[in-house]
Design a binder for this molecule. Sequence first.
Ligand code: ME8
Length: 518
Amino acid sequence: MPVESVEMKPFYVTTPIYYVNSTPHIGHAYTTIAADIVVRHQRQRGRDTFFLTGVDEHASKVARVAAEQGLTPQAYADGIAGVWRELPVRLDASNDFFIRTSDDGHKRFVQEFLTRIKDNGRDDIYQDVYAGLYCVGCEAFKNEDELVDGKCPEHGVAPEWIEERNWFFRLSAYQDALLRLYEERPDFVLPRFRANEARSFVEGGLQDFSISRAGQPWGIPIPWDPDQVAYVWADALVNYMSALTYAREGEDLRDRYWPEVRHLLAKDILRFHCVYWPAMLLAAGYDVPQQLFVHGYLLRDEKKISKSLGNVVDPLDLIDVYGADALRFWCARVVTFGQDGIASVESIHERYERELGNDLGNLLSRTTAMIARYRDGRLAAERPPGPSPVADAMTGLADDVAERLDAYDITGGLERIWELVRALNRHVEASAPWGLAKDPGRAAELDAVLYDLADGLRAVAVALAAYVPTTSARILEALGQPSSIGWGEVAYGRVQEATGIEPASPLFPRIEAPTPTP
Ligand code: ME8
Protein backbone atom coordinates (compact mmCIF):
# COMPACT_ATOMS: atom_id res chain seq x y z
CA MET A 1 0.00 0.00 0.00
CA PRO A 2 1.54 3.35 -0.93
CA VAL A 3 2.37 5.49 2.05
CA GLU A 4 -0.07 8.26 1.08
CA SER A 5 -3.08 6.00 1.39
CA VAL A 6 -2.32 4.73 4.90
CA GLU A 7 -5.07 5.90 7.18
CA MET A 8 -3.56 8.25 9.72
CA LYS A 9 -5.32 6.84 12.75
CA PRO A 10 -3.53 6.96 16.10
CA PHE A 11 -1.00 4.21 16.61
CA TYR A 12 -0.51 2.64 20.05
CA VAL A 13 2.22 0.03 20.53
CA THR A 14 2.93 -2.23 23.51
CA THR A 15 5.57 -4.75 24.52
CA PRO A 16 4.80 -7.45 27.09
CA ILE A 17 5.39 -6.19 30.60
CA TYR A 18 8.41 -8.12 31.84
CA TYR A 19 8.54 -10.11 35.04
CA VAL A 20 10.17 -7.74 37.49
CA ASN A 21 12.04 -10.54 39.24
CA SER A 22 13.95 -11.75 36.20
CA THR A 23 17.00 -10.03 34.73
CA PRO A 24 16.83 -8.19 31.41
CA HIS A 25 18.33 -10.25 28.62
CA ILE A 26 18.57 -9.95 24.88
CA GLY A 27 15.08 -11.43 24.34
CA HIS A 28 13.47 -8.62 26.35
CA ALA A 29 15.59 -6.03 24.56
CA TYR A 30 14.51 -7.58 21.26
CA THR A 31 10.77 -6.89 21.64
CA THR A 32 11.41 -3.41 23.03
CA ILE A 33 13.71 -2.51 20.14
CA ALA A 34 11.30 -3.90 17.54
CA ALA A 35 8.39 -1.99 19.05
CA ASP A 36 10.47 1.17 19.16
CA ILE A 37 11.46 0.87 15.50
CA VAL A 38 7.83 0.42 14.50
CA VAL A 39 6.59 3.33 16.59
CA ARG A 40 9.39 5.75 15.69
CA HIS A 41 8.71 5.04 12.04
CA GLN A 42 5.00 5.82 12.40
CA ARG A 43 5.91 9.02 14.22
CA GLN A 44 8.12 10.00 11.27
CA ARG A 45 5.06 9.57 9.07
CA GLY A 46 3.24 12.09 11.24
CA ARG A 47 1.10 9.65 13.16
CA ASP A 48 -0.15 10.28 16.71
CA THR A 49 1.66 7.50 18.59
CA PHE A 50 1.86 6.08 22.10
CA PHE A 51 4.36 3.44 23.21
CA LEU A 52 3.96 1.47 26.43
CA THR A 53 6.29 -0.88 28.24
CA GLY A 54 6.77 -1.79 31.88
CA VAL A 55 6.92 -4.51 34.51
CA ASP A 56 4.69 -7.28 35.75
CA GLU A 57 5.09 -7.46 39.51
CA HIS A 58 2.50 -9.80 40.97
CA ALA A 59 4.09 -13.14 40.11
CA SER A 60 4.07 -15.53 43.07
CA LYS A 61 7.85 -15.83 42.85
CA VAL A 62 8.18 -12.15 43.84
CA ALA A 63 6.56 -12.85 47.20
CA ARG A 64 8.72 -15.95 47.71
CA VAL A 65 12.02 -14.24 46.99
CA ALA A 66 11.03 -11.17 49.00
CA ALA A 67 10.30 -13.40 52.01
CA GLU A 68 13.68 -15.10 51.62
CA GLN A 69 15.31 -11.68 51.71
CA GLY A 70 13.22 -10.53 54.68
CA LEU A 71 11.52 -7.82 52.63
CA THR A 72 7.91 -7.02 51.85
CA PRO A 73 7.08 -7.92 48.25
CA GLN A 74 6.55 -4.22 47.49
CA ALA A 75 9.92 -3.21 48.92
CA TYR A 76 11.62 -5.99 46.98
CA ALA A 77 9.82 -5.01 43.74
CA ASP A 78 10.66 -1.34 44.27
CA GLY A 79 14.30 -2.29 44.61
CA ILE A 80 14.49 -4.14 41.29
CA ALA A 81 12.03 -2.17 39.14
CA GLY A 82 14.68 0.47 38.43
CA VAL A 83 16.76 -1.95 36.34
CA TRP A 84 13.75 -2.44 34.08
CA ARG A 85 12.89 1.23 33.88
CA GLU A 86 16.47 1.79 32.78
CA LEU A 87 16.33 -0.87 30.03
CA PRO A 88 14.32 1.14 27.47
CA VAL A 89 16.41 4.20 28.30
CA ARG A 90 19.62 2.31 27.55
CA LEU A 91 18.12 0.89 24.37
CA ASP A 92 17.21 4.42 23.27
CA ALA A 93 13.56 3.37 23.16
CA SER A 94 11.05 6.21 23.07
CA ASN A 95 8.35 4.79 25.34
CA ASP A 96 5.73 7.30 26.46
CA PHE A 97 5.03 5.54 29.74
CA PHE A 98 6.48 2.81 31.93
CA ILE A 99 3.81 0.88 33.79
CA ARG A 100 4.27 -1.01 37.04
CA THR A 101 1.41 -3.31 37.92
CA SER A 102 1.74 -2.17 41.53
CA ASP A 103 0.74 1.36 40.45
CA ASP A 104 -2.47 2.43 42.22
CA GLY A 105 -4.01 3.43 38.89
CA HIS A 106 -3.45 -0.07 37.51
CA LYS A 107 -4.76 -1.84 40.61
CA ARG A 108 -7.91 0.24 40.64
CA PHE A 109 -8.54 -0.37 36.97
CA VAL A 110 -8.03 -4.15 37.22
CA GLN A 111 -10.65 -4.26 39.96
CA GLU A 112 -13.08 -2.30 37.81
CA PHE A 113 -12.31 -4.46 34.79
CA LEU A 114 -12.93 -7.75 36.61
CA THR A 115 -16.10 -6.34 38.16
CA ARG A 116 -17.38 -5.42 34.70
CA ILE A 117 -16.97 -9.02 33.60
CA LYS A 118 -18.59 -10.32 36.79
CA ASP A 119 -21.53 -7.97 36.28
CA ASN A 120 -22.04 -8.57 32.56
CA GLY A 121 -25.17 -10.60 33.22
CA ARG A 122 -23.81 -13.79 31.62
CA ASP A 123 -22.35 -15.39 34.71
CA ASP A 124 -18.90 -15.24 33.10
CA ILE A 125 -17.16 -15.27 36.47
CA TYR A 126 -18.07 -18.09 38.84
CA GLN A 127 -16.58 -19.97 41.75
CA ASP A 128 -15.20 -23.49 41.51
CA VAL A 129 -12.56 -25.77 42.95
CA TYR A 130 -9.46 -26.24 40.91
CA ALA A 131 -6.91 -28.95 41.32
CA GLY A 132 -3.98 -29.29 38.98
CA LEU A 133 -0.30 -28.95 38.23
CA TYR A 134 0.97 -25.41 38.30
CA CYS A 135 4.27 -24.18 36.86
CA VAL A 136 5.41 -21.12 38.80
CA GLY A 137 7.82 -20.18 35.99
CA CYS A 138 4.99 -19.93 33.45
CA GLU A 139 2.45 -18.82 36.06
CA ALA A 140 0.11 -21.30 34.39
CA PHE A 141 -1.59 -24.64 35.02
CA LYS A 142 -0.18 -27.49 32.95
CA ASN A 143 -1.67 -30.67 31.56
CA GLU A 144 0.34 -33.89 31.93
CA ASP A 145 0.79 -34.02 28.15
CA GLU A 146 2.49 -30.62 28.17
CA LEU A 147 5.28 -31.94 30.40
CA VAL A 148 8.50 -33.64 29.36
CA ASP A 149 9.74 -36.22 31.90
CA GLY A 150 7.31 -34.70 34.38
CA LYS A 151 8.88 -31.25 33.98
CA CYS A 152 7.87 -28.02 32.31
CA PRO A 153 9.87 -27.91 29.07
CA GLU A 154 10.23 -24.10 29.30
CA HIS A 155 11.65 -24.01 32.79
CA GLY A 156 13.03 -27.49 33.37
CA VAL A 157 11.27 -27.86 36.74
CA ALA A 158 8.44 -30.10 37.91
CA PRO A 159 5.16 -28.20 38.40
CA GLU A 160 3.50 -28.10 41.82
CA TRP A 161 0.15 -29.66 42.70
CA ILE A 162 -2.34 -26.95 43.61
CA GLU A 163 -5.88 -27.40 44.89
CA GLU A 164 -8.05 -24.47 45.84
CA ARG A 165 -11.40 -22.71 45.51
CA ASN A 166 -11.03 -19.97 42.92
CA TRP A 167 -12.95 -17.58 40.76
CA PHE A 168 -13.14 -18.77 37.18
CA PHE A 169 -13.55 -16.98 33.87
CA ARG A 170 -15.91 -18.67 31.43
CA LEU A 171 -13.48 -18.70 28.51
CA SER A 172 -15.35 -21.63 26.96
CA ALA A 173 -18.28 -19.31 26.19
CA TYR A 174 -16.05 -17.29 23.84
CA GLN A 175 -15.02 -20.02 21.44
CA ASP A 176 -17.40 -18.96 18.65
CA ALA A 177 -16.76 -15.26 19.13
CA LEU A 178 -13.00 -15.81 18.87
CA LEU A 179 -13.28 -18.00 15.78
CA ARG A 180 -15.49 -15.35 14.18
CA LEU A 181 -12.95 -12.68 15.06
CA TYR A 182 -10.08 -14.61 13.45
CA GLU A 183 -12.28 -15.26 10.42
CA GLU A 184 -13.46 -11.69 9.95
CA ARG A 185 -10.09 -10.12 10.66
CA PRO A 186 -7.40 -12.23 9.02
CA ASP A 187 -4.77 -9.65 10.04
CA PHE A 188 -5.78 -9.68 13.71
CA VAL A 189 -2.85 -11.95 14.56
CA LEU A 190 0.30 -11.75 12.43
CA PRO A 191 2.23 -13.52 10.97
CA ARG A 192 -0.49 -15.73 9.49
CA PHE A 193 1.03 -18.97 10.77
CA ARG A 194 0.64 -17.62 14.29
CA ALA A 195 -3.02 -16.80 13.61
CA ASN A 196 -3.43 -20.41 12.54
CA GLU A 197 -1.83 -21.53 15.79
CA ALA A 198 -4.30 -19.43 17.79
CA ARG A 199 -7.21 -20.71 15.72
CA SER A 200 -6.27 -24.38 16.14
CA PHE A 201 -5.95 -23.87 19.87
CA VAL A 202 -9.45 -22.39 20.05
CA GLU A 203 -10.89 -25.03 17.73
CA GLY A 204 -9.47 -27.69 20.05
CA GLY A 205 -11.92 -26.50 22.75
CA LEU A 206 -11.42 -23.91 25.44
CA GLN A 207 -11.27 -24.58 29.15
CA ASP A 208 -12.40 -21.97 31.65
CA PHE A 209 -9.49 -20.63 33.68
CA SER A 210 -9.03 -19.45 37.19
CA ILE A 211 -8.63 -15.68 37.52
CA SER A 212 -7.88 -15.66 41.24
CA ARG A 213 -5.54 -17.24 43.74
CA ALA A 214 -6.31 -17.98 47.39
CA GLY A 215 -3.98 -17.49 50.33
CA GLN A 216 -1.51 -15.28 48.45
CA PRO A 217 -0.06 -12.29 50.24
CA TRP A 218 0.82 -10.43 47.05
CA GLY A 219 -1.50 -9.28 44.28
CA ILE A 220 -4.57 -7.21 43.52
CA PRO A 221 -7.48 -8.15 45.80
CA ILE A 222 -10.60 -9.46 44.07
CA PRO A 223 -13.05 -6.65 44.85
CA TRP A 224 -15.97 -8.91 45.80
CA ASP A 225 -13.78 -11.46 47.65
CA PRO A 226 -10.74 -9.71 49.16
CA ASP A 227 -9.32 -12.98 50.52
CA GLN A 228 -8.32 -13.78 46.97
CA VAL A 229 -6.00 -11.92 44.67
CA ALA A 230 -6.17 -11.65 40.89
CA TYR A 231 -4.26 -14.36 39.03
CA VAL A 232 -1.13 -12.69 37.67
CA TRP A 233 -2.19 -13.00 34.01
CA ALA A 234 -5.71 -11.65 34.70
CA ASP A 235 -3.92 -8.67 36.24
CA ALA A 236 -1.01 -8.26 33.78
CA LEU A 237 -2.91 -8.34 30.48
CA VAL A 238 -5.13 -5.52 31.67
CA ASN A 239 -2.08 -3.21 31.79
CA TYR A 240 -2.48 -2.45 28.11
CA MET A 241 -5.71 -0.64 28.84
CA SER A 242 -5.19 0.49 32.43
CA ALA A 243 -2.07 2.50 31.54
CA LEU A 244 -4.11 4.73 29.25
CA THR A 245 -6.39 5.70 32.12
CA TYR A 246 -3.68 7.23 34.31
CA ALA A 247 -0.50 7.76 32.25
CA ARG A 248 -1.43 11.42 31.78
CA GLU A 249 -3.02 13.09 34.74
CA GLY A 250 -6.59 14.17 34.17
CA GLU A 251 -6.80 12.44 30.76
CA ASP A 252 -8.29 9.16 29.67
CA LEU A 253 -6.10 8.30 26.70
CA ARG A 254 -8.40 5.45 25.77
CA ASP A 255 -10.49 7.98 23.87
CA ARG A 256 -7.50 8.53 21.63
CA TYR A 257 -5.73 5.18 21.47
CA TRP A 258 -8.14 2.35 22.18
CA PRO A 259 -8.62 0.10 20.20
CA GLU A 260 -5.85 1.36 17.89
CA VAL A 261 -3.39 -0.84 19.74
CA ARG A 262 -0.72 -3.17 18.41
CA HIS A 263 0.63 -5.74 20.84
CA LEU A 264 4.10 -7.10 20.14
CA LEU A 265 5.13 -10.30 21.92
CA ALA A 266 7.00 -13.55 21.46
CA LYS A 267 5.38 -16.88 20.75
CA ASP A 268 5.72 -18.05 24.38
CA ILE A 269 2.73 -15.95 25.39
CA LEU A 270 0.62 -16.27 22.26
CA ARG A 271 -2.34 -17.96 23.96
CA PHE A 272 -2.61 -15.40 26.71
CA HIS A 273 -2.59 -12.55 24.20
CA CYS A 274 -4.43 -13.94 21.20
CA VAL A 275 -7.04 -16.01 23.05
CA TYR A 276 -7.50 -15.06 26.72
CA TRP A 277 -7.07 -11.30 26.31
CA PRO A 278 -9.58 -10.71 23.48
CA ALA A 279 -12.06 -12.97 25.28
CA MET A 280 -11.65 -10.98 28.51
CA LEU A 281 -12.14 -7.72 26.61
CA LEU A 282 -15.29 -9.01 24.93
CA ALA A 283 -16.62 -10.16 28.29
CA ALA A 284 -15.92 -6.74 29.80
CA GLY A 285 -17.67 -5.05 26.86
CA TYR A 286 -14.60 -3.46 25.29
CA ASP A 287 -13.28 -3.47 21.73
CA VAL A 288 -10.55 -6.00 21.00
CA PRO A 289 -7.10 -4.77 19.91
CA GLN A 290 -6.34 -3.74 16.37
CA GLN A 291 -3.54 -6.24 15.90
CA LEU A 292 -1.08 -8.59 17.56
CA PHE A 293 2.32 -9.38 16.11
CA VAL A 294 3.92 -12.55 17.47
CA HIS A 295 7.65 -12.83 16.91
CA GLY A 296 10.04 -15.74 17.37
CA TYR A 297 12.69 -16.49 19.95
CA LEU A 298 16.27 -15.50 19.82
CA LEU A 299 18.00 -18.76 20.45
CA ARG A 300 21.41 -19.64 21.61
CA ASP A 301 22.77 -23.16 21.63
CA GLU A 302 19.41 -24.08 20.16
CA LYS A 303 17.53 -23.17 23.31
CA LYS A 304 15.52 -20.12 24.12
CA ILE A 305 17.68 -17.57 25.86
CA SER A 306 16.37 -17.08 29.34
CA LYS A 307 17.56 -16.61 32.84
CA SER A 308 16.42 -20.02 34.00
CA LEU A 309 18.38 -21.79 31.28
CA GLY A 310 21.54 -19.92 32.19
CA ASN A 311 22.55 -18.72 28.73
CA VAL A 312 21.69 -15.09 29.01
CA VAL A 313 23.19 -12.49 26.70
CA ASP A 314 23.04 -9.30 28.73
CA PRO A 315 21.90 -6.49 26.43
CA LEU A 316 23.46 -3.90 28.70
CA ASP A 317 26.90 -5.50 28.30
CA LEU A 318 26.43 -5.44 24.54
CA ILE A 319 25.46 -1.76 24.64
CA ASP A 320 28.58 -0.99 26.68
CA VAL A 321 30.72 -2.50 23.95
CA TYR A 322 28.88 -1.75 20.71
CA GLY A 323 26.44 1.03 21.57
CA ALA A 324 22.63 1.03 21.48
CA ASP A 325 22.43 1.70 17.74
CA ALA A 326 24.53 -1.34 16.87
CA LEU A 327 22.35 -3.54 19.10
CA ARG A 328 19.19 -2.11 17.51
CA PHE A 329 20.59 -2.62 14.03
CA TRP A 330 21.59 -6.17 14.80
CA CYS A 331 18.21 -7.06 16.35
CA ALA A 332 16.43 -5.85 13.21
CA ARG A 333 18.86 -7.54 10.86
CA VAL A 334 19.99 -10.82 12.38
CA VAL A 335 16.79 -12.80 11.81
CA THR A 336 13.70 -12.09 9.77
CA PHE A 337 11.43 -10.55 12.38
CA GLY A 338 8.79 -13.15 13.17
CA GLN A 339 11.10 -16.18 12.79
CA ASP A 340 13.35 -17.79 15.37
CA GLY A 341 17.02 -16.99 15.09
CA ILE A 342 20.38 -17.54 16.68
CA ALA A 343 21.82 -14.75 18.80
CA SER A 344 25.57 -14.70 19.24
CA VAL A 345 27.98 -12.00 20.26
CA GLU A 346 30.15 -13.02 17.30
CA SER A 347 27.38 -12.14 14.87
CA ILE A 348 26.91 -8.70 16.41
CA HIS A 349 30.61 -8.10 16.03
CA GLU A 350 30.63 -9.24 12.44
CA ARG A 351 27.72 -7.00 11.43
CA TYR A 352 29.19 -4.10 13.36
CA GLU A 353 32.41 -4.28 11.38
CA ARG A 354 31.14 -5.21 7.96
CA GLU A 355 27.85 -3.38 7.63
CA LEU A 356 27.92 -0.52 10.11
CA GLY A 357 31.68 0.14 10.00
CA ASN A 358 32.44 -0.54 6.34
CA ASP A 359 29.22 -0.12 4.37
CA LEU A 360 27.86 2.89 6.25
CA GLY A 361 30.65 4.40 8.35
CA ASN A 362 33.27 4.37 5.58
CA LEU A 363 30.77 5.74 3.10
CA LEU A 364 30.22 8.78 5.31
CA SER A 365 33.95 9.19 5.99
CA ARG A 366 34.81 9.03 2.29
CA THR A 367 31.97 11.30 1.21
CA THR A 368 32.69 14.02 3.75
CA ALA A 369 36.46 13.74 3.18
CA MET A 370 35.97 14.22 -0.57
CA ILE A 371 33.65 17.19 -0.10
CA ALA A 372 36.19 18.72 2.28
CA ARG A 373 39.13 18.07 0.00
CA TYR A 374 37.77 18.69 -3.47
CA ARG A 375 35.17 21.35 -2.74
CA ASP A 376 36.56 23.04 0.32
CA GLY A 377 33.77 21.67 2.50
CA ARG A 378 31.02 23.16 0.33
CA LEU A 379 27.98 21.22 -0.68
CA ALA A 380 25.81 22.76 -3.40
CA ALA A 381 22.03 22.48 -3.44
CA GLU A 382 22.02 22.32 -7.25
CA ARG A 383 23.22 19.34 -9.23
CA PRO A 384 24.60 19.57 -12.76
CA PRO A 385 22.12 17.90 -15.13
CA GLY A 386 22.58 14.28 -16.16
CA PRO A 387 21.43 10.78 -15.29
CA SER A 388 21.83 9.68 -11.68
CA PRO A 389 22.16 6.06 -10.59
CA VAL A 390 21.45 7.28 -7.04
CA ALA A 391 18.12 8.79 -8.10
CA ASP A 392 17.29 5.42 -9.68
CA ALA A 393 18.28 3.53 -6.53
CA MET A 394 16.03 5.80 -4.49
CA THR A 395 12.95 5.32 -6.63
CA GLY A 396 10.17 3.80 -4.56
CA LEU A 397 12.34 3.64 -1.43
CA ALA A 398 10.03 5.57 0.90
CA ASP A 399 6.95 3.56 -0.08
CA ASP A 400 8.78 0.24 0.00
CA VAL A 401 10.16 0.79 3.50
CA ALA A 402 6.83 2.13 4.80
CA GLU A 403 4.96 -0.82 3.36
CA ARG A 404 7.32 -3.27 5.03
CA LEU A 405 7.17 -1.50 8.38
CA ASP A 406 3.36 -1.35 8.22
CA ALA A 407 3.57 -5.14 8.04
CA TYR A 408 6.08 -5.28 10.99
CA ASP A 409 8.74 -6.44 8.55
CA ILE A 410 11.49 -4.51 10.27
CA THR A 411 14.07 -6.81 8.71
CA GLY A 412 12.78 -6.25 5.17
CA GLY A 413 12.55 -2.48 5.69
CA LEU A 414 16.17 -2.36 6.79
CA GLU A 415 17.31 -4.54 3.90
CA ARG A 416 15.56 -2.18 1.47
CA ILE A 417 17.45 0.77 2.97
CA TRP A 418 20.68 -1.20 2.79
CA GLU A 419 20.16 -1.71 -0.94
CA LEU A 420 20.62 2.05 -1.22
CA VAL A 421 23.70 1.96 1.03
CA ARG A 422 25.21 -0.68 -1.25
CA ALA A 423 24.23 1.28 -4.37
CA LEU A 424 25.99 4.34 -2.97
CA ASN A 425 29.14 2.34 -2.31
CA ARG A 426 29.05 0.98 -5.86
CA HIS A 427 28.63 4.50 -7.14
CA VAL A 428 31.78 5.65 -5.33
CA GLU A 429 33.77 2.82 -6.90
CA ALA A 430 32.28 3.17 -10.39
CA SER A 431 32.60 6.94 -10.62
CA ALA A 432 36.04 7.10 -8.91
CA PRO A 433 35.74 10.75 -7.83
CA TRP A 434 39.48 10.83 -6.99
CA GLY A 435 40.15 10.37 -10.73
CA LEU A 436 37.62 13.06 -11.72
CA ALA A 437 39.26 15.45 -9.25
CA LYS A 438 42.51 15.28 -11.21
CA ASP A 439 40.86 16.49 -14.40
CA PRO A 440 39.59 20.12 -14.27
CA GLY A 441 37.54 19.41 -17.41
CA ARG A 442 35.40 16.99 -15.43
CA ALA A 443 34.49 19.31 -12.56
CA ALA A 444 30.74 19.12 -13.30
CA GLU A 445 30.87 15.32 -13.23
CA LEU A 446 32.58 15.45 -9.84
CA ASP A 447 29.95 17.91 -8.59
CA ALA A 448 27.23 15.52 -9.69
CA VAL A 449 28.84 12.55 -7.93
CA LEU A 450 29.39 14.45 -4.68
CA TYR A 451 25.86 15.78 -4.76
CA ASP A 452 24.46 12.29 -5.30
CA LEU A 453 26.54 10.75 -2.54
CA ALA A 454 25.60 13.45 -0.06
CA ASP A 455 21.95 13.35 -1.02
CA GLY A 456 21.86 9.56 -0.91
CA LEU A 457 23.47 9.47 2.52
CA ARG A 458 21.06 12.13 3.74
CA ALA A 459 18.11 10.01 2.58
CA VAL A 460 19.67 6.92 4.17
CA ALA A 461 20.01 8.81 7.44
CA VAL A 462 16.34 9.84 7.44
CA ALA A 463 15.18 6.36 6.46
CA LEU A 464 17.34 4.84 9.21
CA ALA A 465 16.18 7.23 11.93
CA ALA A 466 13.74 4.71 13.41
CA TYR A 467 16.41 1.99 13.49
CA VAL A 468 19.53 3.87 14.60
CA PRO A 469 18.43 7.29 15.86
CA THR A 470 21.83 8.49 17.11
CA THR A 471 23.69 7.43 13.98
CA SER A 472 21.04 9.03 11.81
CA ALA A 473 21.45 12.37 13.59
CA ARG A 474 25.25 12.14 13.34
CA ILE A 475 25.11 11.57 9.58
CA LEU A 476 22.82 14.55 9.03
CA GLU A 477 25.06 16.71 11.17
CA ALA A 478 28.24 15.63 9.39
CA LEU A 479 26.62 16.60 6.08
CA GLY A 480 25.45 19.95 7.41
CA GLN A 481 21.81 18.98 6.97
CA PRO A 482 18.83 19.97 9.15
CA SER A 483 17.82 17.45 11.79
CA SER A 484 14.24 17.16 10.52
CA ILE A 485 13.41 13.55 9.73
CA GLY A 486 9.88 13.73 8.32
CA TRP A 487 9.23 10.78 6.04
CA GLY A 488 8.79 13.10 3.04
CA GLU A 489 12.56 13.66 3.19
CA VAL A 490 13.16 10.09 2.00
CA ALA A 491 13.30 11.19 -1.63
CA TYR A 492 15.95 12.17 -4.14
CA GLY A 493 17.21 15.72 -4.52
CA ARG A 494 16.45 17.27 -1.15
CA VAL A 495 19.95 17.92 0.05
CA GLN A 496 20.44 21.47 1.28
CA GLU A 497 23.37 23.75 0.67
CA ALA A 498 26.03 23.44 3.35
CA THR A 499 29.48 24.79 4.07
CA GLY A 500 32.23 23.81 6.47
CA ILE A 501 31.86 20.06 5.92
CA GLU A 502 34.82 18.28 7.45
CA PRO A 503 35.97 14.67 7.22
CA ALA A 504 33.62 12.89 9.66
CA SER A 505 35.11 10.92 12.52
CA PRO A 506 34.30 7.17 12.27
CA LEU A 507 30.66 6.40 13.05
CA PHE A 508 31.61 2.94 14.29
CA PRO A 509 35.20 2.84 15.52
CA ARG A 510 37.01 -0.49 15.45
CA ILE A 511 36.42 -2.74 18.45
CA GLU A 512 38.47 -5.76 19.40
CA ALA A 513 36.77 -9.02 18.42
CA PRO A 514 35.12 -10.95 21.28
CA THR A 515 36.66 -14.21 22.43
CA PRO A 516 34.47 -16.97 20.98
CA THR A 517 31.94 -18.45 23.41
CA PRO A 518 32.53 -22.11 24.22
O1 ME8 B 1 5.95 -13.37 29.92
N1 ME8 B 1 13.57 -14.25 22.35
O2 ME8 B 1 7.23 -11.75 30.91
P1 ME8 B 1 8.70 -12.20 30.51
C1 ME8 B 1 12.73 -13.28 22.00
N2 ME8 B 1 5.22 -10.99 32.40
N3 ME8 B 1 11.93 -12.63 22.87
C2 ME8 B 1 11.99 -12.98 24.15
C3 ME8 B 1 12.85 -14.01 24.60
C4 ME8 B 1 13.68 -14.64 23.63
N4 ME8 B 1 14.56 -15.57 23.93
N5 ME8 B 1 12.67 -14.12 25.92
C5 ME8 B 1 11.76 -13.21 26.30
C6 ME8 B 1 6.07 -12.41 30.66
N6 ME8 B 1 11.34 -12.50 25.22
C7 ME8 B 1 4.86 -11.77 31.27
C8 ME8 B 1 4.17 -10.95 30.20
S1 ME8 B 1 2.28 -9.32 29.32
C9 ME8 B 1 0.78 -8.90 29.79
C10 ME8 B 1 2.91 -10.29 30.62
C11 ME8 B 1 10.39 -11.38 25.25
O3 ME8 B 1 9.59 -11.35 31.36
C12 ME8 B 1 9.16 -11.69 24.43
O4 ME8 B 1 8.51 -10.50 24.08
O5 ME8 B 1 8.86 -13.67 30.58
C13 ME8 B 1 8.31 -12.45 25.42
O6 ME8 B 1 6.98 -12.49 25.02
C14 ME8 B 1 8.54 -11.64 26.68
O7 ME8 B 1 9.93 -11.24 26.58
C15 ME8 B 1 8.28 -12.41 27.95
O8 ME8 B 1 8.83 -11.71 29.02
